[in-house]
Design a protein around this ligand. Structure first.
Ligand code: FAD
Ligand code: SIN
Length: 531
């Protein structure tokens, strides 16, 4: 069983289906995923003036000392062959004079971003979903949400974490409102990111960290949750007291093509923060914008793309051009108001070089994983690459017919027990707590942190967690409640990890440890020993 239908889930499924039958379950319509909104592209060494060594160095520099070198080498070296494979599967990347057109993004010393205009993710989803639809070994269940993993602790009630296996998951079918017990030789979590725990995020509403929360509840090791990447440039849309559940991204590729960050009074400012200016790595740019906004009291800064030819804007950035036009901004003549928004979780379920987790027969791929590739800060466009490479590695293991996965034939797996629960009547509890979590996380656990803010956030989140748990135990399952429970647990993990890291590093910046005197050169690992 594959849980999730973004790039990680779909590319894994295609590989596993060479020898196995695969069920993909996915929370909403099959294309709805972070992948579907990816703009910039996939980083890969394609250009003759580039090298694996340079891509590896850029990734390590960006990761601020925490990247696992073996994991970085693995994604970089396997990139070009997997880009070719995507092309063979029907992905139409942008080309110039017949060759792949390569974009540039922050932190990269070379042009190496393979893309499909500024709609790369949509094109990848389209092609992979087409391949899935014609594959007889793969079935897709839309509108099915995984609730919890099935391990020994559901079957024998054993609290022992060592040597635990995963046998599948309980899955909520939103249409029939039934809960299925799905038993599987291998379960693969491809549930994506956590952006929705923040008030402002580029992530779609599915990104509530479900896979990470489920794995944590089952006793899996979870790592580096404090490293939440804020993308420097999401479109600022004045909306009064309302907030949009998903902020529109203005791709870093636009800065790669020459767009420049400016204050509201029209002055360039990035030269004060980094010699790479608007193309410095994201942690630096997002913090610089945050600082400029705090100093001026402005609600946004500007991105000036007026130096880029109209023809290029329209042909290479049609998505951004049209979206801005639809809200009254002609980007060839007017500056774009932008603000940082939560974008990517570098932490997640701890995985080895093949996507294996600390629970047997449970794999994790893509954004839900902590592979060690991104360290304390992800390099732009390395995420789609990481998902592809790890899906390939795990796919090779799972499609190997000589490997037998333990099935719980002798064990009696109980069905979901909903006795004593009632339909939710107090919907306001769910929506209010969801909004509160998002506000707490954005205000206290954002780009700049302090112990005071983190502790305040922890107290409030623990209260919401406890309240939600009580409500959950007496209420019939529904997707909104499942998401709320997961969002509270993800927020708790982010705050706990942030409090453990007593230094500023990469995406975790604390005013209590402002100096660059970094001491904790290790990952922040948490596990739930109480299950
Ligand atoms: P996703 O693509 O997010 O897929 C997760 C899937 O899991 C979804 O199908 C979801 O419905 C499903 N799911 C979640 N919970 C459950 C559940 N409980 N039960 C069942 N199904 C569930 N990265 C780059 O490298 N390059 C880029 O240019 C780039 N641009 C980006 C632009 C935007 C706006 C965003 C938001 C991200 C961007 N990223 C980019 C990051 C990248 O897109 C993601 O990290 C990557 O797509 C994650 O892929 P995934 O397969 O792990 O997860
Ligand atoms: C972007 O296009 O700016 C997003 C790229 C990424 O998140 O890697």
């Amino acid at each position: 069983m594959v849980i999730g239908s973004g790039i990680a889930g779909l590319s894994f499924a295609l590989k596993a289906a060479r020898t196995r039958r695969v069920l993909i379950i996915t929370k909403k319509e099959q294309a709805e995923s972070n992948t579907n909104y990816a703009q910039g592209g996939i980083a890969s060494v394609i250009s003759p003036d580039d090298s694996f060594g340079l891509h590896i160095k850029d990734t390590l520099d960006c990761g601020a000392g925490l990247c696992h070198t073996d994991a970085v080498e693995q994604i970089v070296k396997n990139g070009p062959a997997l880009i070719d494979e995507l092309i063979d599967l029907g992905v139409r990347f942008s080309r110039e004079h017949g060759r792949l057109d390569l974009g540039r993004e922050g932190g990269h010393v070379r042009k190496r971003i393979v893309h499909a205009k500024d709609l790369t993710g949509k094109e990848i989803e389209r092609a992979l979903l087409h391949q899935i639809s014609v594959n007889k070994n793969i079935r897709v269940f839309e509108h099915h949400s995984a609730i919890d993993l099935i391990t020994e602790h559901n079957i024998t009630k054993s609290k022992r974490i060592a040597n635990r296996h995963c046998y599948g998951a309980y899955v909520y079918d939103e249409k029939s409102k039934k809960i299925l017990t799905v038993i599987s030789g291998v379960t693969v979590l491809c549930t994506g990111g956590i952006g929705q725990v923040y008030l402002h995020t580029t992530n779609p509403v599915i990104a509530t960290g479900d896979g990470i929360a489920m794995a944590y509840r089952s006793g899996c090791l979870i790592g580096n949750m404090e490293f939440v990447q804020f993308h420097p440039t999401s479109l600022y849309e004045a909306a009064g007291d309302k907030y949009s559940p998903q902020s529109f991204l203005i791709s870093e590729a636009l800065r790669g093509a020459g767009a420049i960050l400016k204050t509201r009074s029209g002055r360039e400012f990035m030269q004060k923060y980094d010699k790479r200016k608007s193309l410095a790595p994201r942690d630096i740019v997002a913090r610089a914008i945050d600082n400029e906004m705090k100093k001026s009291g402005d609600k946004y800064v500007y991105l000036d793309a007026t130096g880029i030819a109209l023809k290029k804007l329209k042909s290479e950035f049609p998505n951004i051009y049209e979206k801005c036009y639809s809200v009254g901004i002609n980007i060839s003549r007017e500056f774009i108001p932008v603000v940082p928004a939560a974008h990517y979780g570098c932490g997640g379920i701890v995985s080895d070089l093949n996507g294996k987790t600390s629970i047997k027969n449970l794999f994790v791929l893509g954004e839900a994983a902590m592979t060690g590739v991104h360290g304390a800060n992800r390099l732009a466009s390395n995420s789609l690459l990481e998902a592809l490479v790890y899906a390939d590695k795990a796919g090779m293991i799972c499609s190997n017919p000589s490997i037998k996965f333990r099935k719980p034939n002798q064990l009696k797996i109980p069905d979901w027990d909903s006795s004593g629960t009632e339909n939710a009547e107090e919907w306001v509890l769910i929506s209010q707590n969801r909004t509160e979590i998002k506000q707490i996380m954005f205000n206290y656990v954002g780009i700049v942190r302090s112990n005071l803010r983190l502790n305040r956030a922890l107290r409030r989140i623990q209260l919401i967690m406890n309240e939600t748990e009580v409500f959950y135990k007496k209420t019939k399952v529904n997707r909104e409640l499942l998401e709320l429970r997961n969002m509270a647990q993800i927020s708790y993990l982010i705050i706990r990890s942030a409090l453990m890291r007593k230094e500023s590093r990469g995406l975790h910046y604390s005013t209590d440890y402002p100096d660059k005197n970094r001491k904790y050169l290790h990952d922040t690992i948490i596990s739930n020993k109480t299950v």
